[in-house]
Design a protein around this ligand. Structure first.
Ligand code: MLT
Length: 419
């Protein structure tokens, strides 16, 4: 008899962004005249930079000729892209990462979800709260947690990201083997500074633990001296793996290209208690289950590192950061407590009321879509995440609508319930 993986029964019924999409669709069917402004899911709105587009076209053309056609590429990605990544994203920042420690993939969501396959079922996992749902759900699916009781999965060590912690996770008191960190943080928009990251690396060394560091939003860190990568911290090569993506950096959410860095010094314990390198495990996993990213997409990704590609990306990122600033300013002026939005495309707002009620209210009264914070974890209750990935006109209009329709009517000031 074929039986289902019963761990799926522990999951909430649907993935957060699916649930929001369904709710918005139902609203739009009832009120087709409302022109919605979507600042919910962090999907980009600006097209691919021209440098990427040119490289993409050229590579597609190559695929049409016998002399330049390519079939299967290396599962870990073409050397030309891995070289460019090592040089521009790591060595340029003083991080000692080689091309042979980089695995190109079709997205960080998949890599973040799949990486847990390399670890024993009974390790203890530390998860920030609130958190990007993929880290937690993939561990639930793998049977690494108990049931969901009183807003928490049994067996998971939650790392609160609250006003008291500055909305970033701090090293836990309880024993943890594997921890997921995200900086700039999704959903709170906050960043881990050099001292914060050093504390995490020291903690991992002392506790024989591993850090899975999601740096999908690294390109939004603009200030010199603030770390973009955990590998800018001494000793991180031994205790960390990093996920990076071209999605939010260069508009690749639909094109799909990302990479994962597994340093050769990073080690884990085998069943006999001996240290083993982690790199061959991920190599084995990828070569078994993955056939690489298409050649034109990798050429387009490589073009992000050309001088013109870098200039075009800077313009796009600066535009999104300007949106984030506009959101922060408006919400603060309206009396809301706000975190994030500085080196990040996400703004985390204390709604002063139930977050799903706030979501419904803004959808109905202003036609604006945010993400309710409780979808990211129990500590997200009462907050909403606003994405700055909209067009600049869209963001300005959304903020104006909120002022006019909601707050100027004084129907909901922070702390009040809707009438
Ligand atoms: C988000 O809105 O959190 C992101 O778009 C999700 C993702 O990158 O998968």
């Amino acid at each position: 008899m074929i039986r289902a993986n019963s761990h799926f029964e522990k999951l909430k019924s649907s993935y957060l962004f699916r649930k929001i999409a369904d709710r918005v669709k139902a609203f739009q069917e009832q009120r087709p005249e409302v022109r919605l402004i979507r600042l919910g899911i962090g999907d980009v709105t600006q097209p691919l930079p021209e440098a990427c587009l040119d490289a993409f076209h050229k590579a597609v053309e190559e695929m049409g000729h016998v002399s330049t056609f390519r079939g299967y590429g290396p599962a870990e990605g073409y050397e030309f892209l891995r070289q460019a990544i090592a040089e521009n994203d790591y060595r340029a920042y003083g991080a000692d990462i080689g091309p042979d420690e980089i695995f190109v993939s079709d997205g960080s969501k998949g890599d973040c979800g799949n990486f847990q396959e390399l670890f024993a079922r009974d390790i203890v996992v530390g998860i920030p709260d609130p958190v990007y749902p993929v880290y937690l759900d993939s561990n639930v699916m793998a049977g690494r947690t108990g049931s969901f009781v009183d807003s928490a999965y049994q067996g998971v060590v939650y790392l609160p990201c609250s006003p008291e912690t500055g909305f970033v996770p701090r090293p836990p008191e309880l024993p943890v083997d594997l921890v997921y960190l995200c900086s700039p943080n999704n959903p709170t928009g906050t960043i881990l500074g050099r001292n914060d990251l050093t504390a995490w690396v020291d903690w991992a060394k002392e506790n024989k633990a591993l850090i899975l560091f999601d740096a999908a939003y690294a390109a939004f860190v603009r200030k010199k001296g603030l770390p973009r990568s955990i590998f800018e911290i001494d000793g991180a090569r031994e205790v960390a793996v990093e996920f990076r993506s071209f999605s939010k950096t260069a508009g690749f959410t639909g094109t799909r290209c990302a990479f994962t860095v597994v340093p050769k010094d990073c080690r884990v314990f085998d069943d006999a208690g001996n240290l083993q390198p982690l790199y061959p495990l991920w190599y084995r996993r990828q070569t078994t289950k993955f056939n690489g990213v298409s050649y034109p997409v990798q050429r387009a990704a490589e073009a992000t590192y050309s001088p013109e590609g870098q200039r075009q990306i800077d313009t796009i990122i600066e535009g999104y950061l300007k949106n984030a600033d506009e959101i922060c300013k408006t919400m603060k002026a309206l009396g809301y407590e706000v975190a994030g939005g500085k080196h990040s495309p996400y703004v985390w707002v204390d709604a002063g009321m139930d977050d799903w009620a706030f979501f419904d209210l803004l959808l109905e009264k202003a036609g604006v879509v945010f993400t309710p914070g409780s979808g990211f974890g129990s500590k997200g209750a009462g907050y909403v995440r606003i994405s700055a990935f909209g067009s600049s006109n869209g963001v300005v209009e959304a903020m104006t609508r909120i002022q006019q329709h909601i707050l100027l009517s004084k129907s909901i000031l922070p702390g009040e319930q809707p009438q």
